[in-house]
Ligand binder design. Structure first.
Ligand code: NAD
Ligand code: MG
Length: 438
C-alpha cells in the first residue's frame, strides 16, 4: 500500500468537488491505514456550502480558499459560526488557489473548477509535480501543449476525471504496460534505486507508431449521451429554452457542462482533451452516441479488438480511480445492475444537428491558438443563452464565427493564449450583439 494521500480540492462546492468529498470519506473508511485527508477546499460562491463541507470533512481541511474579499467576509462569519477558527485558515484570491495547488504537503490536486478560471491553479499543480485529477478539461483545451510539456518536465501524473477519458485511460492499461516493457533495456544495469520507489514512479509512454505514442491502438472512441436534444428536430433546437437544455437525461452536473452537453460542445472539448492527454491526432478520435451513459468510451486496437469501460453514470468512480490509481478499492458509486435488462445502443452522430462537434475535430486538427478561441467563445455564449440573449443554436454559430475571425498561430506562448482568451470573449460578445432572438 502507498503512503497517505493528502488532497487539495479546487472547486469543492461544485458537482465534482462534492463527489470528491464523498469519495475521500469512503476511502477513509475502506483504506484507513492510508491516511486519506483533504488539506484544502476552494469555492467561488456559495460560501456557506463551502464552509459546511469543510466542517463535515474529517479532519477539517486546514485551508479554505475563496476567490475575493467579498466572499472572504462571508467566509469568516461562517467559519466563526461553525467554530472552525482554530482549525482552519482562510486564504483569498487567485494566488490563494495556486498556493493550495502547490502546497508541499499536498500529493494530489483535484482540478474541479469550471472553465478558464481553473487554468492557473491546474497548471501550477502540474508544474509542482503533483498528481492532478483533471476534471477541468478547459485547461487542456486552452493550453494543451503548455500543460503536457510542464507535466513531462515535472513528472506530474495527469489522471483524467472526465468519465470518457478515465474510461480510455483504463482501457489503455495494456498498451501502457507494453510501452513500459518495450522501453526497458534488454539487460538493465544493476540499479541502486530502492525497489519500492521504482514501482511507484510514474510510467510515461514514449514510443509507438509514426503519428502517435500508443502501441497497437487504432482509434479512441468517445461516447456521448446525445443530451436532451438527441431526438429533437432542428426547429425544436432553435427554439430550445434554458430549462429544456439544462434537463440532462443521464448526468447530474454543473450548469455550464450541462449546456455544453446539450450542444455537444462538451464532446468537442473532450476531443481536444483526448488529443492532448493521449497524444493522438484528431483523425484517430471518433465520437459515437450512447444514450444510456454506461459505456464510458472505447478503444479500438490494430487487430480490430475493441475494449470498453462500463459502469453506471456516476462521477465518483472516475474521481476515485484518479485518486487511487493504480490501486482499486471499494467505491461509493453503485455497481452495474445485472438483474435487469440493459439496452446499450451505439448510434452514429448527426453532425448537421450538432455542428459544435465538427469544431472540436477541426480545433484538435489545427491546434495552436484554436483551442483557447473556441473555449473563450463558448464560455461567453453559454451565459448569453442562459440569460435569454441568444438562441440555443447560436452558441455553436458564435463559436464558429469567432474561430473564423481569428488569425491562427501554431505555437503560441501562454501569454499569447491568455491574450486570445480575452480577445475571443470580446469578439463573441460583439457577434452576439448582432443576433436578434426575436
Ligand atoms: P460546477 O459548476 O458544479 O462547479 C464549479 C466549481 O468551480 C465550483 O466550486 C465553483 O465555486 C468553482 N468556480 C467557478 N468559477 C470560479 C472562479 N472564477 N474562480 C474560482 N472558482 C470558481 O461545475 P462541475 O460540473 O463540478 O464541473 C467542474 C469541471 O469538471 C468542469 O470543467 C467540467 O467540465 C468538468 N467535468 C464535470 C463533470 C460533472 O459530472 N459535473 C464531468 C466531467 C467533467
Ligand atoms: Mg465527459
Amino acid at each position: 500500500m502507498r503512503d497517505g494521500r493528502r488532497i487539495a480540492i479546487l472547486g469543492a462546492t461544485g458537482s465534482i468537488g462534492a463527489a470528491t468529498l464523498d469519495v475521500v470519506a469512503s476511502l477513509q473508511k475502506h483504506a484507513p491505514t492510508e491516511n486519506w485527508e483533504v488539506l484544502s477546499v476552494s469555492g467561488h460562491s456559495r460560501v456557506d456550502k463551502l464552509v459546511e463541507s469543510a466542517r463535515a470533512a474529517q479532519p477539517v481541511p486546514r485551508t479554505i480558499v475563496v476567490s475575493d474579499e467579498q466572499n472572504a467576509t462571508l467566509a469568516r462569519e461562517e467559519i466563526a459560526r461553525h467554530q472552525l477558527t482554530r482549525h482552519c485558515e482562510l486564504d483569498v484570491g487567485p494566488d490563494a488557489l495556486v498556493r493550495a495547488a502547490t502546497d508541499v504537503d499536498v500529493d494530489t490536486v483535484v482540478a474541479g473548477i469550471v472553465g478558464r478560471a481553473g487554468l492557473e491553479s491546474t497548471l501550477a499543480a502540474v508544474e509542482a509535480g503533483k498528481r492532478v485529477g483533471l476534471a477541468n478539461k478547459e485547461t487542456l483545451v486552452i493550453a494543451g501543449p503548455v500543460v503536457t510539456a510542464a507535466a513531462a518536465r515535472s513528472g506530474s501524473e495527469l489522471l483524467p476525471i472526465d468519465s470518457e477519458h478515465s474510461a480510455i485511460y483504463q482501457c489503455l492499461a495494456e498498451a501502457r504496460c507494453l510501452a513500459a516493457h518495450r522501453s526497458q533495456p534488454k539487460n538493465p544495469p544493476t540499479s541502486s534505486i530502492n525497489p519500492a520507489e521504482a514501482t511507484t514512479a510514474p510510467q510515461r509512454i514514449e514510443f509507438g507508431s509514426a503519428d502517435h505514442s500508443l502501441p497497437g491502438v487504432r482509434r479512441l472512441i468517445l461516447t456521448a449521451s446525445g443530451g436532451p436534444f438527441l431526438d429533437s428536430t432542428r426547429e425544436e433546437m432553435e427554439a430550445a429554452t434554458p430549462k429544456e437544455a439544462l434537463n440532462h437525461p443521464t448526468w447530474d452536473m454543473g450548469e455550464k457542462i450541462t449546456i455544453d452537453s446539450a450542444t455537444m460542445m462538451n464532446k468537442s472539448l473532450e476531443i481536444i482533451e483526448a488529443k492532448w492527454l493521449f497524444d493522438v491526432p484528431a483523425d484517430r478520435i471518433e465520437v459515437v452516441i450512447h444514450p444510456q451513459s454506461i459505456i464510458h468510451s472505447l478503444v479500438e486496437f490494430e487487430d480490430g479488438s475493441v475494449i470498453a469501460q462500463l459502469s453506471p453514470p456516476d462521477m465518483r468512480l472516475p474521481i476515485q480511480y484518479a485518486l487511487t490509481y493504480p490501486d482499486r478499492l471499494p467505491c461509493p458509486a453503485p455497481p452495474l445492475e445485472r438483474t435487469q435488462r440493459w439496452d446499450m445502443s451505439l448510434i452514429p452522430v448527426d453532425h448537421e444537428r450538432f455542428p459544435a462537434l465538427e469544431l472540436g475535430f477541426e480545433v484538435a486538427r489545427v491546434g495552436g491558438t484554436a483551442g483557447v478561441v473556441l473555449n473563450g467563445a463558448n464560455e461567453t455564449a453559454v451565459p448569453l443563452f442562459l440569460s435569454g440573449k441568444i438562441r440555443f443554436t447560436d452558441i455553436a454559430r458564435l463559436c464558429k464565427q469567432t474561430l473564423l475571425d481569428h488569425n491562427h498561430e501554431t505555437s503560441p506562448s501562454l501569454t499569447r493564449l491568455l491574450e486570445l482568451d480575452t480577445w475571443s470573449r470580446k469578439r463573441a460578445a460583439q457577434l452576439a450583439e448582432t443576433i436578434s432572438v426575436a
